[in-house]
Structure formats: C-alpha cells, structure tokens
Design a protein around this ligand. Structure first.
Ligand code: COA
Length: 187
C-alpha cells in the first residue's frame, strides 16, 4: 500500500494504540541514550516530547506504509503554558515564539525512512492544516542545536534561523513557507 499520512484522530481507537506504540519506538530510537535515566526521568522525557502531544490527536501525524509506521510529526498549533513549564529553555525564545512562531513541532523518522522526502511531506501536511485554522497561527518554530545535522533539513523546508541561545537554535517559518521578514535574522 502506498504511503499514507494520517492524523491520530482519523484512525480507529483500536488501531490508534498500536500506532502510538510504533511511533513511541521511533521516538526511543531517535532520542538521546535514555538508559542512564531512572524510570521516572525516562517517563518525564517521553511525556515532554511525545506524550503531551497525544492530547491533540488532530495535530499528531503518522506516516504509514504497508502497515508500518515510518515516522511521526507531533504538532502543537499553539505553544501553551504547559509547554513552557515542561521546557524551561523555551523562556529564552518566549518573545519570538509569542509574537511570530506560536505553533511548534517535534518529528522523527525511523532510520530506514530518512532522506526520501518523508519529513518534508509531514511538514507540508502540518503547515497546510495550520493554514486552514481560524485564526491560523502566524508561524511555526522548532528548537534544535546550532550544529545539528537537521538544521539543513529545516532550512530546506522554509525555516529560518531566528535566534541562538547558547548551543540552542530557534528556527521559524511563517505559515506560507517563506521566512518571516519582520523577524530580524539574528543569527
Ligand atoms: C530530520 C528528519 C525529520 C528529516 O526527514 P527526512 O525525510 O529524512 O528529510 P527529507 O528527505 O524530507 O529532506 C532531506 C533533506 O534535508 C537534508 N538534511 C539535513 N539534515 C538531515 C538529517 N539529519 N537527516 C536527513 N536529511 C537531512 C538532506 O541533505 C536533504 O537535502 P537534499 O535533498 O538537498 O540532500 C529525519 O531525517 C529524522 O527523523 N532524523 C533524525 C531525528 C531528527 O533529527 N529529528 C528532528 C529533531 S528537531
């Protein structure tokens, strides 16, 4: 079967838990080594970058091919107080997030599915859906490391470097795909 991009709310409850488990395995595969963490710390890490996004299933995308989940995009149309409290490092970017890039996303693909355009398709899908909202959020951000390989991926997908703080890099894209020219490129 051809590749499908679906949101969690569009699949049956019985299928959903199986799909979430598959996506969770991809999350664990791509996360930094978690073995040194206590079970509680591991659960907190999972909750922060994956679990909280299950509460908005209409913005949680899965890429499925031949019955296998190849990757996911956990989207948030709005960066909420909950996200700020779970991720204190976001405070350094609060002004840019609140004024220009209120939406955000986390995404991961299983290793074998990378480099074939799937990540770009997931972003396009999320951006299209955001654009249909009323009101549509002005833009989307991600936070990565300044020297991460995925910076090139986001640049290719219309994100610009908005602000650096230590080793962290805030990247933002307006919902039409071009960099938001009203945010001075500080980096
Ligand atoms: C980053 C990621 C989502 C990109 O998705 P993808 O489907 O592999 O990317 P696409 O095929 O759509 O686009 C690939 C383009 O981005 C570039 N790129 C930059 N960094 C990359 C990376 N870490 N992995 C893959 N491609 C990367 C490639 O060079 C390619 O450009 P090209 O076509 O000019 O060669 C995916 O590779 C992934 O899950 N990586 C590991 C986890 C991760 O970094 N997640 C993001 C956390 S912020």
């Amino acid at each position: 079967m051809a590749l499908q991009l679906v949101t969690l709310d569009s699949i049956s409850a019985s299928e959903r838990s199986e799909r979430i488990n598959s996506a969770r395995l991809i999350f664990e595969e791509t996360a930094p080594p978690l073995s040194s963490l206590s079970p509680d710390a591991r659960q907190a890490f999972f909750q922060k970058y994956f679990g909280v996004y299950l509460a908005t299933p209409e913005s949680f995308y899965l890429a499925i091919e031949q019955g296998f989940v190849l990757g996911y995009l956990a989207g948030a149309p709005q960066t909420l107080p909950l996200h700020f409290s779970l991720n204190p490092y976001l405070e350094q970017f609060r002004t840019e997030i609140e004024s220009h890039y209120p939406a955000h996303l986390h995404m991961n693909l299983t290793a074998a599915a990378r480099g074939m355009g799937l990540g770009s398709r997931l972003i396009a899908e999320f951006m299209t859906d955001l654009g249909k909202r009323a009101p549509a959020p002005r833009g989307v951000h991600i936070v990565t490391s300044k020297d991460a390989e995925n910076v090139r991926f986001y640049l290719k997908n219309g994100f610009g470097k908005a602000k650096e703080a230590g080793t962290l890099l805030l990247m933002g894209r307006d919902q039409h795909g071009s960099e938001d020219s009203t945010v001075p490129n500080q980096v």
